[in-house]
Design a protein around this ligand. Structure first.
Ligand SMILES: Cc1cc2nc3c(=O)[nH]c(=O)nc-3n(C[C@H](O)[C@H](O)[C@H](O)COP(=O)(O)OP(=O)(O)OC[C@H]3O[C@@H](n4cnc5c(N)ncnc54)[C@H](O)[C@@H]3O)c2cc1C
Length: 565
């Protein structure tokens, strides 16, 4: 997808010019006090005011804007970037909406009870049931709103990530958007933008929010932001929605809060990610006004290949980027589920041991990297890790953007034997050979098996990660994921734990209101999207579209709650 070509950016920018209309609207006579550290200087004059101020226009901000604007509220969106859309714009844009009416109309039944079973298991107690209930209750409502009011066409997409769990589904909950000539995240964000603008929402681009402004009672009544180094203050008559995305590019927070090492992220968002815009400012604004935090140990997991020069690429991007494109990262290659789950492909650690089901979904694939030895140097046992293929797999499947059967580029190691490959990559050769022998024994059975990590046992493994042609013939055949590695030369590349965004931040309730450490609502403050500390909600990425679907949904709830008052 070429977002530069497809996105009606000109239109978006024209929308941005509407901001001239809001600048300079002074609101007089409000007493803000202002002794607290978190408070911005008491504004004597506001630069503009609106019922609802939304900080950031990705999935979370979009959901808030359409709901609030539709209910007749005046809406002002402050967005760091020169274009709307955030990471969501370059994403697949898929939304995970259980029990939606689109699936039912197409003959795929679902129920709130099944969704509850599935989500409760996935959540593993990480977040409150109230959020799960809000997600389940509002999924069909928000999907319908986006379809019938905002003008999105939904297409049924991929299975749940764990369709075999109680309440899991093989089809229907993942909805993929199209809108006009657009697809994916561009479609979702363009549709929400057009709708919000048509309903009168104003957008101020290149406007980076830095502080929340509270009154003496602790109510959030405004936002301080910068545009071209100019400080501005905006008054929020009804509420402020934080929708600034995750903190994945704040390395200190990543080290302090996440469960284990994550070397990089494939989010494309300097707005939430630091560099010229400041790292994780949305999160810091919430902390400054006393928000409780939740889910800070979670991210939407993903494995990546890092090509030589990737760190320089990231540094240059963070220093200079004014906008983001899908092509931003040339040297960080995501392995969503395209490569690692194919037959004749395994992942091993430096001991030569396998340690995960290589065909699982990308979020699940991260957790096995967080295992630490309990002896010696207490090393992260599975970092570094390596993808190993034999020549049959190499010749048959594309790998890390390399067409099948190509002469490998210098970042892929090739060797005639497993011994030689192990030596070149720094893997224990004996360990690797034993692992491959064991794999081969089980992969040669009819049907092939993986008694250790159960690869190929899930419908998801076979039909999404596995060989599409085999799965199309027989979706129950584990041969879609498993084959022995027998023929040299062998190929190897390091694979790294990473993410496509964090999902921890200010604790919200089922109405998207931010809570303080006593569990009380911080009046006037709402949050949605990756900053809102949901993650699925909870520990598990329920299915494709959890980040975006959950972001839009809780944004929508924020817009609804604010305007209900
Ligand atoms: C290639 C790719 C594909 C993906 N596909 C999918 C998918 O199909 N489905 C899915 O569910 N997830 C997908 N993901 C993950 C998903 O895109 C993100 O987790 C999600 O879009 C985050 O949404 P958000 O609203 O929280 O943040 P964002 O979309 O990043 O929006 C946050 C916005 O806030 C702005 N901002 C930040 N700080 C400030 C500030 N201080 N002041 C003003 N503005 C600020 C940012 O500039 C940004 O525009 C994908 C990710 C990638 C990278």
């Amino acid at each position: 997808m070429s977002e530069e070509k497809n996105l009606s950016r000109r239109k978006f920018m024209l929308g941005g010019l509407a901001t001239a209309a809001v600048a300079g609207v002074a609101a007089a006579g409000i007493n803000l006090g202002g002794s607290k550290e978190a408070l911005a200087a008491t504004p004597e004059n506001w630069d503009a005011e609106a019922d609802v101020i939304i900080i950031g226009f990705g999935a979370g901000g979009g959901g808030a804007a359409i709901a609030a604007a539709d209910r007749g509220a005046s809406v002002l969106v402050l967005e760091s970037m020169p274009v709307p859309g955030g990471t969501t714009r370059v994403s697949g844009g898929g939304c995970w909406f259980p029990n939606n009416n689109v699936m039912k109309a197409q003959g795929y039944p679902d129920s709130a009870e099944e969704a509850r079973l599935y989500m409760t298991h996935g959540n593993d107690g990480q977040i409150e049931d109230e959020l799960i209930e809000a997600y389940i209750e509002n999924s069909p409502i928000v999907a319908d709103f986006l379809q019938h009011k905002v003008g999105i066409t939904w297409n049924l997409g991929l299975p749940d990530y764990h369709p075999e769990w109680h309440g899991g589904k093989k089809k229907g909950r993942h909805l993929s958007p199209s809108y006009k000539d657009k697809r994916s995240g561009e479609a979702l964000m363009a549709a929400m933008y057009d709708f919000a603008v048509a309903k009168g929402a104003k957008f101020l681009f290149n406007a980076h929010a830095k502080k929340l402004i509270q009154d003496d009672n602790g109510r959030v009544v405004g936002v301080m932001a910068y545009q071209d180094n100019k400080e501005m203050k905006f008054k929020a008559n009804k509420g402020v929605v934080l929708a600034t995305g995750g903190f994945e590019w704040d390395f200190r927070y990543m080290k302090n809060f996440q469960r284990g090492p994550q070397v990089a992220s494939v989010t494309f968002n300097p707005g939430s990610g630091g560099g010229i815009y400041g790292a994780s400012d949305g999160l810091k604004m919430a902390i400054d006004v006393g928000a409780d935090l939740r889910n800070m140990n979670e991210s939407w997991g993903l494995l990546v290949y890092l090509l030589p020069g990737w760190e320089e690429e990231v540094a240059a991007y963070r220093a200079n980027a004014k906008e983001y494109k899908r092509s931003t990262w040339q040297k960080i290659i995501a392995d969503w589920f395209l490569y690692r789950g194919k037959p004749g492909t395994i992942i091993v650690n430096k001991h030569g041991e396998r340690f995960l089901n290589e065909a699982c979904d990308y979020d699940t694939s991260l957790y096995p990297f967080f295992h630490r030895d309990s002896y010696g140097k207490n090393e992260w046992r599975n970092v570094p890790a390596f993808v190993i293929q034999d020549s049959e797999a190499w010749n048959k499947y594309a790998f890390a953007h390399i067409p099948p059967g190509s002469e490998p580029p210098d970042y892929v190691t090739k060797a005639d034997t497993l011994d030689e490959l192990a030596k070149k990559l720094g893997i224990n050769a004996q360990g690797l050979k034993e692992t491959v022998n064991t794999c081969n024994k089980y992969a040669s059975m009819k049907p092939p098996r993986d008694p250790f990590f159960h690869r190929g046992e899930s419908f998801f493994d076979r039909t999404v990660s596995g060989d599409a042609a085999i799965a199309a013939q027989d979706p129950d055949d584990p041969a879609a994921c498993l084959a022995p590695l027998t023929k040299g030369p062998y190929y190897g590349i390091q694979i790294h734990p990473a993410n496509c965004g964090t999902c921890g931040g200010p604790r919200i309730n089922g109405k998207a209101q931010v809570l303080n450490t006593k569990g009380e609502v911080i009046p006037g403050l709402y949050a949605a999207g990756n900053i809102a500390g949901l993650g699925g909600p909870g520990i598990t990425y329920m299915g494709p579209g959890s980040p975006v679907g959950g972001g839009v949904l809780f944004g929508y709830l924020a817009g609804q709650t604010i305007t209900a008052k």
